[in-house]
Design a binder for this molecule. Structure first.
Ligand SMILES: C[S@@+](CC[C@H](N)C(=O)[O-])C[C@H]1O[C@@H](n2cnc3c(N)ncnc32)[C@H](O)[C@@H]1O
Length: 281
């Protein structure tokens, strides 16, 4: 069974939720008191880093969020995907934004562990309530089977529609064996659909070499009160591990999408990579 500590990870969901809000990607309802306190505590360091062109935590977070948005929107508009399950959604506003943008053309499922899920359900109720096309449910990304497994959640969707799983800000908190087992479960569960896509961020060693960058990883670890696991040396190594887990995958560098993502902080964007993978059938 996998080792992870949701108690240690969860406060960061309040912080990242507030980052999306502070940068105009969200709604007041997602901005919690905890998030605001954490955001204010780190705002000086983030501003200083941006000003002297060093990677800021906010720059890294925004790069990952915006590139996942863009790749997912392309898949929806290209007719590849119309059902989305966001695992470990935290206080991300993506489900709410995409549900507003695409209406009943998509089904968006927001999934997390019970504690965080209660926050999400309260927020969705404030914003008009859950619907058949936008709802929240409990998931345990580490469960092999049972009602909270990814297999059960995907089993409730329409098997004739292209489907995507998203994880954001999750996999570097799990050890390597847990990530590989989770990916294998994801690819198996996705293989029942005509297209099964997977999007995620991942921190690699390649994007985090050198003494300063190691300091950045240490800062992230201190911030989440736990270890950040860096599983892969390079994009290639990540792609090979995804291939072994049943995906054809590309690991993308957000800096290569700077033209489409105005005002991207390049230093922060360079610290993160984005997985775009398709489950083999
Ligand atoms: C760092 S937060 C990221 C939240 C959101 N995706 C974002 O980017 O703002 C990590 C989230 O992972 C969730 N989490 C931790 N362990 C999990 C597990 N085994 N299954 C599902 N979610 C989990 C936590 O409850 C928390 O909401």
């Amino acid at each position: 069974m996998a080792r992870s500590n949701p108690e240690a990870i969860s406060p960061t969901a309040h912080y990242t939720g507030y980052v999306w809000y502070a940068h105009g990607q969200s709604h007041d309802a997602f901005a919690t008191k905890t998030g605001r306190l954490m955001y204010r505590a780190l705002r000086g360091a983030n501003r200083f880093a941006s000003a002297v062109k060093l990677p800021s935590l906010e720059g890294m977070l925004l790069a990952r969020h915006r590139l996942i948005d863009q790749r997912l929107a392309d898949a929806i508009e290209g007719g590849m995907v119309s059902q989305i399950v966001e695992v470990a959604c935290g206080l991300s506003p993506r489900g709410w934004r995409f549900a507003k943008r695409y209406g009943d053309a998509i089904t968006y499922v927001e999934a997390d562990l019970p504690g965080m899920l209660a926050n999400k359900r309260r927020i969705l109720a404030e914003l008009g309530g859950e619907t058949a096309h936008h709802y929240a449910c409990e998931v345990n990304a580490l469960a092999d089977d049972g009602p909270t497994s990814i297999d059960a959640i995907l089993g409730a969707l329409d098997p004739d529609k292209g489907t995507a799983i998203i994880t954001e800000g999750l996999i570097n908190y799990f050890d390597r064996d847990s990530v590989l087992a989770m990916w294998a479960r994801f690819s198996t569960a996705l293989s029942r659909f005509p297209q099964g896509m997977y999007y995620s961020d991942v921190i690699t060693r390649e994007g985090n070499g050198g003494p300063f960058a190691l300091g950045f990883a240490a800062l992230v670890s201190a911030f989440v009160r736990g270890k950040v696991h860096i599983h892969f040396a390079s994009n290639d190594e990540g792609e090979r591990a995804l291939a072994d887990s049943g995906f054809d995958a590309a690991v993308l560098d957000p800096r290569e999408f700077a033209e489409d993502l105005p005002d991207l902080e390049l230093a922060g964007a360079g610290r993160i990579r984005i997985i775009e993978a398709i489950a083999r059938r």
